[in-house]
Design a protein around this ligand. Structure first.
Ligand SMILES: Cc1cc2nc3c(=O)[nH]c(=O)nc-3n(C[C@H](O)[C@H](O)[C@H](O)COP(=O)(O)OP(=O)(O)OC[C@H]3O[C@@H](n4cnc5c(N)ncnc54)[C@H](O)[C@@H]3O)c2cc1C
Ligand code: SF4
Length: 478
């Protein structure tokens, strides 16, 4: 996946070149193409590399308008050293101390925050004047602003949603896979789909990993097996691996495999103002003032951050009738003047929101939104920000245009939760080391383990957890 199309909005956003050809089905059995990415490095090849830690409060029980976000079996303090290691490994740029909701840190960010470009600096200054606490968003890009000619990252506009052409994004392939490939005990098989796990007669040990590769069936073996196929596909694999000892699917005596699917209440919002926004790399700003509550609302509303800068081609892909709001502008003008926000509200792990598989093994996804009122609140807070701080009336073109794009079921970028970890085998799939309660050598190490998802992007937590679990596995084999 390294070619000129990487940085071209039409193949990426309009033609969906890097979206898998997989088909999933909704609750009514209607097929759809999920926005999943089956590459070495997974979805991180296309991610925005906004590498946030969960807030300490996210690890506890949080009361939401639609119910309770459950506590994790481990605390922020348990994760903190692994967050630091993950930030070091993924070269996260940030500035500690600006965001009042962040947890304590044992180490500073390994890299200074990515600077705001002038329009974003202006917005940040205006927000601060308005009494908000904007912060420099944590970014996993290999940008060395002090030595720009030597910097691997060229600070371009093709980051969020595009694979990096110059390998400067801290994605899982570049950071965690490639550097290991020359080791004698590492083998990477591509084009290999795991279709089933086999166990011994006791059902306690995975003895075979059945793979479909180039049309052939192959079986691999290992003393310890970790599945990391993403929240939906890890659940799919366990469910499709039912046998006599595990009639409801592997490791599924609790009936929790596939349940509690979460993917955030997300909304992309383009705010149009009279001023041009010539920002190239826009993902430098975040606001968590509404994360746990707002001034007049007791429930958590969520996180506001920036999304990659709109361009006309990408807008065409996202919403063909976008210019309905500003008919006198073409898409190019609309994109040039837009400031693009990404709003995230936590969704709840409810058992009815779940992945199941049919007789042919295909994923069926049943999902009903939760905390929609909180997501509406966050949107209202964004409008207040835009109206009452920097982008006040004289800045906004004629009147305020907010063009919001809700993310439908297929937009499963932040999928999590289908194999939650916990201490109670009756209520969770994995133990606190992410080992299946019912098996001795099976681990699930991706976003499936999340018992709740918070309202910040999930990847850094998945990375920190993988380092934590890796350390545990190492202690078993050395
Ligand atoms: C466009 C986009 C932007 C995003 N931006 C951000 C961001 O800014 N910050 C952030 O924190 N998160 C972001 N995310 C989310 C982040 O990328 C995911 O949370 C993260 O990649 C999840 O990791 P994972 O290991 O759970 O699954 P994945 O990354 O999906 O990896 C799963 C891997 O398993 C492979 N696989 C699946 N099934 C099988 C099988 N049966 N056999 C063999 N292999 C299999 C897939 O090919 C893939 O390589 C974004 C995601 C997208 C799509
Ligand atoms: S901003 Fe940097 S990391 Fe992102 S795509 Fe451009 S060069 Fe790659």
């Amino acid at each position: 996946m390294r070619d000129r199309d990487n940085w071209d909005a039409k193949p990426v956003f309009v033609d969906g070149k890097y979206i898998s050809k997989d088909a999933w089905f909704d609750r009514d059995g209607k097929g759809f193409q999920p926005q999943v990415h089956y590459f070495v490095g997974g979805a991180t090849k296309l991610y925005g590399a906004a590498l946030y830690r969960l807030r300490p409060g996210d690890f506890g029980e949080v009361r939401h308008v639609s119910g309770i976000s459950p506590a994790w079996p481990l605390s922020y303090d348990d994760f903190e050293p692994w967050y630091s290691e993950a930030e070091r490994l993924y070269q996260v740029h940030g500035n500690a101390g600006e965001d009042p909701t962040e947890g304590h840190r044992s180490e500073p960010y390994p890299w200074p925050a990515v600077s705001h470009e002038p329009r974003l600096q202006q917005i940040s200054d205006d927000l601060a004047k308005g009494g908000y606490h904007p912060f420099h968003a944590p970014c996993g890009i290999m940008l060395d602003e002090a030595h720009r000619p030597m910097s691997t990252c060229i600070r371009c506009a093709w980051c969020d949603g595009y694979p990096c052409l110059v390998h400067a994004k801290a994605d899982a392939e570049i950071i965690a896979v490639r550097p290991l490939l020359n080791r004698p005990n590492v083998t990477l098989l591509t084009g290999a789909e795991v279709i089933r796990l086999e166990t011994d007669d006791s059902g306690r040990t995975v003895t075979g990993i059945v793979v479909s590769r180039d049309g052939n069936r192959e079986v691999y073996r290992g003393d310890i097996v970790a599945i990391c196929a993403g929240a939906a596909n890890s659940a799919k694999l366990l469910l499709n691996s039912a046998n006599d000892r595990h009639p409801n699917g592997l490791a599924n005596r609790s009936d929790q495999v596939g349940r509690n699917y979460m993917f955030h209440n997300c909304k992309a919002v383009a705010a149009l103002s009279k001023e041009r926004n010539d920002t190239i790399y826009q993902k430098t700003l975040g606001i968590n003032d509404f994360y746990f509550a707002t001034k007049d609302y007791e429930y958590p509303a969520g996180n506001i951050q920036m999304v990659g800068k709109s361009n006309a081609e990408a807008m065409r892909g996202e919403q063909p009738d976008l210019t309905w709001f500003a008919p006198e502008w073409g898409l190019t003008d609309t994109a040039r003047h837009s400031v693009d926000f990404w709003l995230t509200t936590e969704d709840l792990p409810i058992p009815e929101n779940r992945v199941t598989t049919d007789k042919d093994g295909h994923v069926h996804l049943t999902y009903s939104p939760t905390n929609a009122e909180e997501a509406d609140r966050l949107y209202e807070e964004l409008k207040k920000i835009l109206n009452h701080t920097g982008m006040a009336a004289h800045h906004v073109f004629r009147k305020n245009f907010y063009m919001d794009m809700g993310i439908p079921l297929a937009g499963c970028a932040h999928q999590a939760g289908t194999c939650r970890f916990g201490t109670d085998p009756a209520a969770s799939v994995l133990d606190t080391n992410c080992k299946a309660h019912e098996l001795d050598n099976l681990y699930v190490v991706d976003t499936s383990f999340f018992p709740s998802i918070g309202a910040v992007n999930p990847a850094l937590t998945a990375i920190a957890n993988a380092l934590r679990v890796g350390d545990h596995i190492l202690s078993r084999i050395t």
